[in-house]
Design a binder for this molecule. Sequence first.
Ligand SMILES: [Cu+2]
Length: 509
Amino acid sequence: MTLTRRNAHKDGGTFKNSDLLWYAKAVGVMKSRPVNDPTSWWFYAAMHGQKLNKKQEGYPDWTFIESIPASANLGVLPSATQMSLYWDQCQHSTGFFLPWHRGYLAALEYLLRDIIINQLNGPADWALPYWNYFNKDENKIPTAFTDSTLPNTDIPNPLYVAERYGPDKNGIDIYVDLSLANQECQSKSTTNDYLGKSGGFNHIGSQLGSTTGRIESNPHNRGHIDIGKYNEAGKEGLMSDETTAALDPIFYIHHCNIDRMWAAWNTKNNNPKDTNWLEGPTADGLSRYAMPMDGAGTAWHFAPKDVNSTNINFYGNVGHSYTYDDLTLPVEAPSSLASRLINLGKLMPEMSENEPVVPKDISSELVGASTPLTLFSGITETSVQIDNTSWKSVANSLRDASNQNLPDEVYLQLENVKGIHNSNSLLVSVNGTFVDSIALFGLRSASEENSQHGGTGLTFNIDITHVIDELYLSENLNIDALKVKIETSDPIIGDTFEVGRISVYRVAQ
Ligand SMILES: [Cu+2]
């Protein structure tokens, strides 16, 4: 049977939507189990990331989280073997972000269905709902997640968690801020750009290890930090940190939307075909990802190639197939640069709808870089000195741009951003033009010395080609430096952010 994942805002996003009611009941069952049970809510959340056997002073150590009940029995951990096989697996800032989370959702859905159908006598077609914040009037969290009790009972609502404060930081208005969140990733990206790249060289050729794909930075990261904003006391919501995020039931509904967007993107675009992506960690000699499928902890092992589509074979003849009730792609206006080339008659209009075909040999060149930078609350301004010779090549490429001769792309790179607050954003402008907002989900973990990222922080790439093209058009390209302004969306409480450097790259095509 192919399951259909439906919109969580159906029936107003209330408990009249039976998908949400059954989700709540099944989450309640999982929450009643102790952390050392592989089918408990706590064990599943720890598979994403945890601060339980990895101690932390105060919050976000799980023993300081009020919404975890005593019955979770946090004092009795699973076996060391199970923890090392299953816990702390989440993949962020790499090309494995989408496939890992697809497997994670599918395994959870399988488990929830087992509870709903076999234990609670619920509907056989139940599937995880998704929250599409881009639908008109649906950027607010469905109220089934904020009600304090299940309908017509005094049973506490398993979908509600206290540590969820939202953009207004009041715990009531929880929404994805559409002035910053967007679905531009759906129509603009080439493969590596969309999914992110793992190890080696990123798409602009600099050696960074891994990079974050567009769908991961926006809307994924943005959704996390909007829902996980800190409260008046400066305490972050569960959703803004990867070691607490999956404790919040909205996590899976948010991720279901990200997975839906990937499936929609796949109606027009193919996934990577190279072995490094398909084989995932096994390409580096590491073991495959693992999900527990029952209380005994039976493992489903998988690599990205096993979740390349929404027809998943767990093992033997146990499979899991699903689709979505909405796989439409947004219609996007052509970029300013594409419009200019169309007006000049140099770019065929149909090319603007899809990404121009990227030639095989993309070479990138560092054009300039700043010194290290400390960011305080509010605005920080700096300039990036640029090298004259490489800059001339950029100007020439814009002058000679045509359908056959694509102009250089220019990227601003914020390298090795570090700090301890996740629920903040950096609003970046270049020479007075706003270019991007960066949500800092995962910053704290990535900045920790002994983290997956080795304490190197996070690195972000921003395409600023259109800004450079504007300068060229207004004959203002003859400059020695670019002015970069970075504004924090929220105050940084009692701390600063560090930026290794800001660099500018040109990518010749
Ligand atoms: Cu996430």
